[in-house]
Ligand binder design. Structure first.
Ligand code: COA
Length: 160
């Protein structure tokens, strides 16, 4: 993907009609992915999210990733962010996170939160680049193939 196609990304609000199409990306991105039922429970109401599409070489649109956030009383939490593995490392995670932050701001968000696996260096670096800092850790928060691993709770204040 070229930088111009990153600039040509389009964002569409996720509805229940999109969940089945997003599940392959969810399954490819996580060792312990959301079930479709859980994904559906994170659409609508206090949740917000977009999927991103671009146009491939044949002129067909393709979904490259998505994010889901939760907004409550001035605080927005990044619940999930995924870039299709074959599209990773080209700036799309940056683009999706920028869109999440912009949407959180539009909703009136003043404080952002997220949890990330301690082993997820790529995501941690992405968040640090966008101004998130470590606030605390949750012991054994995530399941792994052999047990559990801690989460890093990261936060970022939004200035208007
Ligand atoms: C995290 C994720 C969204 C990043 O998407 P991406 O499109 O690969 O990210 P980008 O190409 O925009 O890179 C953004 C930054 O992430 C960091 N990053 C990305 N891949 C990295 C890697 N392999 N190692 C270290 N840092 C990495 C870098 O800081 C990079 O910025 P830089 O290119 O200026 O150095 C993607 O890896 C993903 O979908 N992972 C699986 C799902 C997941 O773990 N989600 C997060 C749950 S908390």
């Amino acid at each position: 993907m070229t930088s111009s196609s990153i600039n040509n990304l389009t964002y569409t609000a996720i509805t229940l009609d999109n969940v089945t199409a997003l599940m392959p990306i969810e399954n490819a991105c996580h060792t312990h992915p959301w079930t479709e039922k859980l994904f559906r429970s994170c659409v609508g109401g206090r949740y917000f999210g977009d999927y991103a599409q671009t146009i491939d070489a044949s002129g067909n649109s393709k979904i490259i990733g998505f994010y889901i956030g939760e907004y409550i009383l001035g605080e927005a939490t990044l619940m999930n962010i995924c870039v299709n593995p074959i599209e990773q490392g080209q700036g799309l995670g940056n683009a999706l996170l920028t869109q999440f932050i912009a949407q959180a701001k539009n909703l009136g968000g003043e404080q952002l939160w997220l949890d990330v696996r301690t082993s997820n260096t790529a995501a941690i670096m992405l968040y640090i680049n966008h101004g998130f800092t470590e606030i605390s850790r949750r012991t054994g928060y995530y399941p792994t193939a052999t047990g559990y691993e801690d989460s890093i709770v990261m936060g970022k204040k939004l200035v208007s």
